[in-house]
Design a protein. Structure first.
Ligand code: PEP
Ligand code: MG
Length: 595
């Protein structure tokens, strides 16, 4: 059977086109755990010693790995830190020891049983943060099993640059790649929001994930084309195809260069209408990326990570140091700190909560904070303290009533008084915003505006709740439609309420960073957009190519259409007609990091 021009389809995970040869990473030989019972106390002691030594070695290996990261990849060191923490996680570390001691299992089997329990616990959780954490635990589990079996860790080093093909790549493995060694990568597993895909984007290495049977279909040495814009892999391409892809690659590079030029320029339309393009960040390390891509500030600092990446609740001082770092790095630009959006399936390991039937509708975000007021106060105090070091705004997630924002503000006022008593500096006029992510908040926007200094529309959740589409459920992903007439009308209503109350309105859901939607959003009156940092150059490029009048015309027409299909067709046509280059490359670039 000829494999010439054989096409494999996957999910585009990081943009770019690569023509090169494959290096298939041998299936990680799974170190098989075996079952064996220990009889004497000496055997139990020896086994315990073997396990503890394996943990020690794994820790040492991870530290070496971390130290060998070149400076440009240092921002990913936290993933290795996370794995070092997982090594000592109670559910793996202590449970394995307990099983050796009490059940008299050998180390491999005890570790396997502990890992199975963790897996059971995490089953069915769809949240990307948690998913990332399972991957980390799994990698730690594999690393320990390999050490116990006396196997070497996987090595990615290779003489000539290659396209790595693997069943799966962990975030830690991805951080070992450098673009001089690795042209791109293809994996069978993984999704758009997996840590590995996010790392590929920030390393700017083209990648396609979720390619079924990649390691079976592709052999080391095969020539291939990897199209990280469409998610297509072409094996053994003929000269004609190679030629056309080389041309497409060149065009893409030129396009990327042009787009990049926009990143340091102001986000002003052709008719001088000013807009603001800001970055969404999850970790302090990401500030650098925001600055590199020309962010006008941080429009959404998701603060859950510091709570999720350690076992104890972070202290006020730890939070303060994290926030201060971001605020000082962004000076004099604004940093919008979103208070803890935890609960549901983004749980805190330091707290015990009963499992919920519908986590998205459960004790989440501001509801959680208003119940756990001590946790909330600690965070508010850290945010206020950071406000003494630059321009800080705070915003509350998932507001669904006036009561909630009033209660949250009251707590904030109390914390201000505490700080005054303690003589600690803060900005007394720090703006307070409400995130609009629940349909009730849209309906009440005119009332909420009386208690908020700004609005930020969180479309990831607003669309989920307005259209009743679980944002992490693959089965209904095609129904997740940002241009649904109901969503557009909601955005219009929020903008209207904000205008009447003379407060600014921003958007920080993924919709805000998609080139296809930006003209509609501007036309609807949202002039502050916050997005994944890598999407910023393209967003600025588009804004600099249109007039506010054009954008308003597009929005007006879109609002008159009745079905989402009509709106999509209309917007596709308009954008394609006015900005064909966006459709050629930009659309897929943005889709790469859509939720
Ligand atoms: C949103 O819901 O759009 C949002 C920005 O918040 P998150 O994605 O963190 O829920
Ligand atoms: Mg949200």
């Amino acid at each position: 059977m000829t494999r010439k021009n054989l096409v494999l389809e996957g999910i585009p995970a990081s943009p770019g086109i690569v023509l090169g040869r494959a290096k298939v990473l041998a299936e990680k030989v799974e170190a098989q755990p075996y079952y064996c019972l220990l009889y004497s106390p000496e055997e139990i002691n020896d086994e315990m010693g073997r396990f503890l030594k394996a943990v020690e070695q794994a820790e040492a290996d991870l530290i070496v790995l971390k130290e060998s990261l070149s400076p440009e990849y240092q921002e990913h060191a936290h993933l290795l830190d996370l794995q070092i923490l997982v090594l000592k996680e109670r559910m793996i570390f202590q449970e394995t020891q307990r099983l050796i001691r009490e059940e008299r299992y050998n180390a491999e089997w005890a570790l396997f049983q502990a890992w199975q329990k963790v897996r059971e616990l995490f089953k069915g959780i769809g949240d990307p943060y948690i998913k990332g954490r399972i991957q980390d635990v799994e990698e730690v589990y594999r690393r320990l099993q390999s050490i116990l079996a006396g196997k070497e860790a996987l090595s990615l080093s290779s003489q000539e640059p290659v396209v790595i093909v693997a069943r799966d790549l962990s975030p830690a493995e991805a951080t070992q790649m450098t673009s001089s060694q690795v042209l791109g990568f293809i994996t069978e597993r993984g999704g758009r929001t997996s840590h590995t895909a996010i790392i590929a984007q920030s390393l700017e290495i083209p990648a396609v994930v979720g390619v079924d049977f990649a390691t079976r279909e592709i052999a080391t040495g095969d020539a291939l084309i990897l199209d990280g814009l469409t998610g297509r892999i072409i094996l053994e391409p003929d000269e004609e195809l190679s030629h056309s892809y080389r041309a497409r690659k060149e065009e893409f590079e030129v396009f990327k260069g042009e787009v990049a030029q926009s990143s340091s320029l102001p986000a002003t339309t052709m008719d001088e209408y000013p807009t603001q393009i800001l970055a969404n960040i999850e970790l302090p390390e990401e500030v650098e990326l925001g600055l590199k891509y020309g962010a006008d500030g941080v429009g959404l600092y998701r603060t859950e990570f510091l709570y999720l990446r350690q076992r104890h609740l972070p202290t006020e001082e730890e939070l303060f140091q994290d926030y201060r770092r971001v605020v000082e790095a962004m000076q004099p630009k604004v940093v919008t700190i979103r208070t803890l959006d935890i609960g549901g399936d983004k749980f805190l390991s330091a707290l015990e909560y009963a499992p919920e039937m519908n986590p998205a509708l459960g004790l989440r975000a501001i509801r959680f904070c208003l119940k756990e007021v001590n946790i909330f106060r600690t965070q508010l105090k850290a945010i206020l303290r950071a406000s003494a070091h630059g321009r800080v705004r705070v915003m509350f997630p998932l507001i669904s009533s006036v009561r909630e924002i009033k209660d949250a503000r009251q707590l904030l006022e109390g914390v201000k008084q505490d700080l005054e008593r303690e003589g600690l500096p803060f900005d007394p006029r720090m703006p307070v915003g409400a995130m609009i992510e629940v349909p009730a908040a849209v309906t009440l926007a005119h009332l909420l505006a009386q208690h908020a200094d700004f609005f930020s529309i969180g479309t990831n959740d607003l669309i989920q709740y307005a259209l009743a589409i679980d944002r992490v459920n693959k089965q209904v992903a095609d129904m997740y439609q940002p241009l649904h007439p109901a969503v557009m009308l909601m955005i219009r209503e929020v903008v209207h309420a904000a205008r009447v109350a003379r407060i600014p309105v921003a958007m920080c859901g993924e919709m805000a960073g998609d080139p296809l939607y930006i003209p509609v959003l501007l036309g609807l009156g949202v002039a502050e957009l916050s997005m994944n940092a890598v999407a910023i150059p393209m967003a600025k490029h588009i804004i600099r190519m249109i007039t506010i009048e054009e954008a308003r015309k597009i929005a007006r027409h879109a609002l008159r259409l009745v079905t989402v299909e009509e709106v999509n067709d209309y917007v596709d046509q308009e954008i394609n007609r006015r900005f064909p280059e966006i459709f050629r490359f930009g659309r897929t670039m943005a889709a790469n990091h859509a939720i």
